[in-house]
Design a protein around this ligand. Sequence first.
Ligand SMILES: Cc1ncc(C[n+]2csc(CCOP(=O)(O)OP(=O)(O)O)c2C)c(N)n1
Ligand code: SF4
Length: 325
Amino acid sequence: MAQIPTQQLEMVKNLRGIDQKEYYVPGHRTCAGCGPALCYKLVAKATGPDSIFIGPTGCMYVANCSYMCTPFAMPWTHCQITNGGAVASGIEAAYNVLIRKGKYKGKLPSIVVMAGDGGAIDIGLQAMSAMMYRGHDALFIMYDNESYANTGIQTSPMTPYGGKTTFTPPGKTIPEGKKLFPKDAPQLVIGGHPAVHYVATASVGYPVDLINKVRKGLNYQGPSFIHIHCPCPKGWLYDCKDTIKVAKQAVETGMWTNYEWENGEYTYQHIPKAYKPVKEYLKGQERFNHLNEEHIAKMQAFITAKTKAPGKPVEVPVLGPREQA
Ligand SMILES: Cc1ncc(C[n+]2csc(CCOP(=O)(O)OP(=O)(O)O)c2C)c(N)n1
Ligand code: SF4
């Protein structure tokens, strides 16, 4: 069968090399300092105009759109929180048919799902996994604000251990709030989907790296997955001017690692010479204010183990739903 023509996007060296044109324009209603909004702006700059974005329900749909008004200056569609992967699959399959039959003369557009952690790795997991399994040529991005933010900052599987959310309030019975450690989303994708050749993590604190990873993911034929760390001032309870500071602190303390996985090989970016204590990261966010020294030590032990082999599986303390920490 004839090869479907696809785009090859160029890598950039610095911010001056990035398109000045905006495809995610001002006027939306996200909170000041919103990490996911910054993420959208950077991803849209990376993909350029020949793109189709798919937006599962979440802050990046609800806070962005009102009747007849969206900030997306490129083709964009809303989908259900559950089915981002299915809608992307359908769009890619349709373009494939149109191109093969000569009814569409252009190259395959960049097809990008922008899902929150809920819409990607929890409630949207089945459709995302099916897209990866079938091998559709699309990029699935999980913008991770570590909660179901849009409906009132409820816990998600990406909420860190010890995080206070409306569903994990610290109290007498469960003093640390969230008892469980988060899911490893990239591992889920890598481990179960042989059609995937590119998986990466990125952070809004490192925009050039983020843009190049989006382009690399799209340049690979087949499905790719990028997990992007996106601080959320409303949910994490820090001053909205500090979003980039919080993003960088996560990398400096090992709470977040930027890496790429390409056909089984890991490469790492922005690894500090020595990690700062996780306490530095925790103390800047009110959602962790209730943690005592024992909780912080538990968190530090988890991060120390993770930073020995970032991106690879690590044993975590697993509790049943009714067990005490
Ligand atoms: C099937 C279904 N269940 C629940 C909801 C309610 N809902 C809308 S947005 C949302 C939160 C989405 O969280 P996430 O995907 O992490 O994105 P965020 O809001 O954090 O950006 C929920 C639970 C829904 N729209 N559909
Ligand atoms: S709640 Fe968080 S993710 Fe949602 S708009 Fe506000 S800052 Fe952005």
